[in-house]
Design a binder for this molecule. Structure first.
Ligand code: SAM
Ligand code: SF4
Length: 489
């Protein structure tokens, strides 16, 4: 048997023995969506109040409460949802935005997902796996731009299997440029068996992301051919249960917005978070909500595409629903949309300086060449341009990787987010990593606003709340001025 057939057979065996309970109750979700139609103003306000009070209790909203928000059509109340999202995010993480860059390493894929440029049947895309010297050039280019955090992305293929992923992560961590290095590599790749996750974990990965794409079984089957690995719904549904069982510490959920009714998808993603809590005592580290974008040879998914206005609301509702979970908005979206979403929706992480072409950071430099990348990118700003827009709005850009390196992951991280004390680590580490960026990479404008407005502003917040930590950070800032690297607490 070939690699794919052999793996498919093993997956089907696994599915028969799956010990976890299905957590996507389609009838229940549909009933809840139905019975919460046109919620009254009082009901919506009561849920918003509850969400705010959850900011430091570690509780998530119920499916019903979340459906009430998703079904709200009163524009005035939308504004209350945005205010609450901003409040909750600030209360838990402070006003910092963690930045990362996606790093596309391998595009060949044995699957045939209808929405994806990497799909096996798409002959208009040239498929490529980076060699190790090319990985090195890419990482050096990323380091030259000031980046310290990556999400490495792979298609599912025998040549980019778990052993290749493990080796490529080891290679990334080994690369030094001007004494700088990548400090955290998250992964976005296909679901694995537990022994495979263990091999990858040994390389010191950060978060493992598997997006369910759609939790709606019929839609799932219609966009993922049944004879492919990706076609196996349950295998994917429990991929992160397997990961946590194998010892991964941080896992991330996601839905591809545009395949099915977004209200169903968000409620199912919440059910997923509850299931992880139930079995492992920790929820998702982050949630992603990519909207479908054009690919080479694109197919259309019109029925469930949502407007910018609706999408902003959905992102804010995710913050209210799972207050302590990181939310990620990517450069799939246009700059104007991203800037508004950062202001209003309580987002905690975004990519910056994004180029998803294979070899895009060092070799091609051509952006949005759909014959060499998975889908179209909307925000092509450089890291420095992006940081400038963040700091002009008074927010703190952060390249922090401290929790990961200090062992504050999984069950050691969650309580700090759930009781809203993590901000007292996020803010100091944001200040320190931004200072290092300013010293080594910033344009004059970023340097000016950073040194004179942003760092004093956030140091001031620390002085007011944690004077001893503020003193320590001031000393560390001096050390960075004198050439110190990688300061964190
Ligand atoms: N092959 C791995 C898998 O399927 O899990 C990695 C996934 S892919 C490289 C990363 C994610 O991109 C997918 O999970 C999907 O949510 C998203 N994606 C795929 N096609 C897309 C499109 N046309 N527009 C926006 N996002 C897309
Ligand atoms: Fe392959 Fe993932 Fe694209 Fe599907 S979404 S074709 S599995 S890379």
């Amino acid at each position: 048997m070939g690699w794919t057939q052999d793996r498919l057979a093993k997956i089907k065996e696994w599915e028969k023995e799956c010990k976890w309970e299905n957590f996507v109750d389609e009838n229940l979700i549909n009933d809840i969506i139905e019975k919460t139609q046109n919620p009254s103003k009082e009901k919506v306000l009561a849920v918003i109040k509850k969400a705010k009070s959850n900011a430091n209790t570690g509780k998530m909203l119920s499916l019903e409460d979340t459906a009430i928000l998703l079904n709200n059509t009163d524009k005035e109340l939308d504004e209350e949802i945005f205010k609450a999202a901003t409040y909750i995010k600030k209360e838990i993480y402070g006003d910092r935005i963690v930045l990362f860059s996606p790093f596309y390493i391998a595009s060949p894929c044995v699957n045939d997902c209808k929405y994806c440029g990497f799909r096996a049947s798409n002959s208009s895309l040239s498929k490529k796996i980076l060699k190790f010297d090319e990985i090195r050039s890419e990482v050096e280019a990323l380091l030259d731009s000031g980046q310290k955090r990556l999400i490495a992305v792979y298609g599912e293929h025998p040549k980019s299997d778990y052993e290749f992923i493990a080796k490529s992560v080891r290679e990334i961590y080994s690369i030094k440029k001007d004494k700088s290095e990548i400090r955290r590599v998250n992964i976005n790749a296909a679901p694995m068996f537990e022994d495979e996750y263990k091999v990858i974990k040994n390389e010191g990965i950060g978060t493992y992301q598997v997006f369910q794409e759609t939790y709606h079984r019929k839609t799932y089957e219609s966009v993922h051919p049944q004879n492919t690995l990706k076609g196996q719904y349950n295998w994917r549904l429990f991929s992160l249960h397997r990961g946590l069982n194998a010892g991964l510490e941080d896992v991330a959920l996601g839905v591809l917005i545009g395949l099915y009714d977004h209200r169903f998808e968000i409620l199912a993603m919440l059910s997923h978070a509850y299931s992880l809590e139930k079995y492992f005592g920790i929820s998702a580290h982050t949630m992603s909500f990519p909207r479908i974008k054009a690919t080479s040879n694109s197919q259309k998914f019109n029925p469930y595409i949502i407007s910018d206005e609706e999408f902003l609301k959905v992102i804010a509702i995710i913050r209210l629903m799972c207050p302590f979970t990181g939310t990620i908005l990517t450069a799939r979206e246009e700059p104007e949309f991203r800037d508004i979403a950062l202001k209003k929706c309580g987002i905690s992480q975004t990519d910056a300086g994004t180029n998803i072409g294979i070899g895009g950071y060092s070799q091609t430099k051509v952006k949005n060449d759909l014959t060499n990348q998975q889908f179209k990118i909307g925000d092509n700003r450089s890291i420095d341009e992006y940081i400038l827009s963040i700091i002009k709005d008074g927010r703190l850009p952060s390249f922090c990787t401290s929790c990961y390196r200090e062992g504050r992951t999984g069950e050691n991280f969650m309580p700090l987010a759930k009781n809203a004390t993590i901000k007292y680590l996020c803010i100091p580490n944001g200040i320190l990593t931004f200072k290092e960026y300013i010293r080594d990479y910033a344009s004059d404008e970023v340097k000016d606003i950073g040194e004179n407005v942003i760092i004093p502003k956030y140091l001031g917040i620390l002085k007011e709340n944690l004077p001893k930590v503020a003193q320590k950070v001031e000393a560390m800032l001096k050390d960075i001025e004198n050439g110190g690297k990688d300061a964190h607490i």
